[in-house]
Design a protein around this ligand. Sequence first.
Ligand SMILES: *Cc1c(COP(=O)(O)O)cnc(C)c1O
Length: 445
Amino acid sequence: MATRIDAEELDRRLTRFDFAAPIPIEDVLDDCVALLRKFNIHNTHPRYFGLFNPPSIFPAALAEILVAVFNPQLAVWSQAPVAVEIEQRLVGFLGARLGFDPSLIAGSFTSGGTEANLTGVLLALTRAFPTFANDGLRALSRQPLIYASEESHRALLKIAHQCGLGRRAVRLISVDDALKLNVGSLERLVSADRARGAQPFLVVATAGTTSAGVIDPLEELAALCQAQQLRLHVDAAWGGAAALSDSLRSHLGGIEQADSITVDAHKWLSVPMGAGIFICEDDVGLEQTFAVSATYMPAQAGGPADPYAHSVQWSRRFTGLKLFVSLAVLGREGYAAMLERQAELGEILRARAEQDGWEVVNQTPFPVVCLADPRFDAVSEEVRARAYGDLASHVIDSGQAWVSMASLNGRPALRACITSFQTTEADLDILLAGLARAREHLMRS
Ligand SMILES: *Cc1c(COP(=O)(O)O)cnc(C)c1O
């Protein structure tokens, strides 16, 4: 695995490409492969235990070539009916697995989780504030507010900025000892915000936090949102894949009560980036949010809804084919078996790490394991954060595995996430041996 990248050498090698004279394609491609091998963290390696950037399932990679060659334009149904139909069926399939009413499901593929979450916020604003679409936020007398946990994905801040809500419109709620959004704190803050004249409108729950794989209490949040007339969006960018497995999806109970859901196919479903999915039960709301008419666009030909009038994008790439081909080749149960095996490896890693004297500091059914060494607890948080950083660096520099550091509710830890469907138990043992060596090294120094 690549360890440290030499940025100066990279600069030198790229500067050779001045585009002055043509180069034969074999040479260019050889160079690209050499550069990608050398100057890249190999997140497709079975011992890359990092953020959720998995290897691509081979059928999905082949589908990408088909998409590039046919290059269909999915803005309108009439231009690419097969592509639009395939994507709509996938949204419907996944939405139904998540518990939405099949007759109501609507949504689209997105570039990733960020765009899917943006879609959820825009739909919520449009539905909650009838004047928003035409008059914008400036016409509102009260400030709209969004609520999410401290452990939520920070893309939400960029989204609030992009929508014109401003980053301060995102209220981050404390988490409990299990790192789940604290529903009592949320309820109190919503009341206090209302009392001072603001207008809470949306709760974003996370089903599978980035650091620790934690699932917010979806049932309780759904009940609170209903009682308080707030909308609920569930960011299941990583964890939503669990919908494919009969055993794993039980952990997502309550998600079917959400107004909308984000799932990233390029995370646990292991198709190439970028492939997010936005799912809701509100086609009319999507139309109110995104419809425009333009004389140069082909008229709707009596087919189903045109994607450009129901989503953020205009020109639209055929993102769904890689998931369609993968699902068809593996079958839903084959996919589920892959996810379940990764979850099982997470359990094995947890058990073996505990045998090695590590404390597992996160609870999740998903394969991300956060580890602390109780012996470090005595030292200050700053020293501890440095120690975990050193441990991760030691493992990375060995070239044997890639892990990262996490901060869970302020508590530093090592984070190892099983991101590859090719990871085996032997890979876990190599990781654990590397962690043990790193710890010995740190204890000696
Ligand atoms: C990855 C992730 C995101 C961001 O999605 P992108 O695909 O990177 O845009 C948002 N929320 C959660 C929970 C994630 O895991």
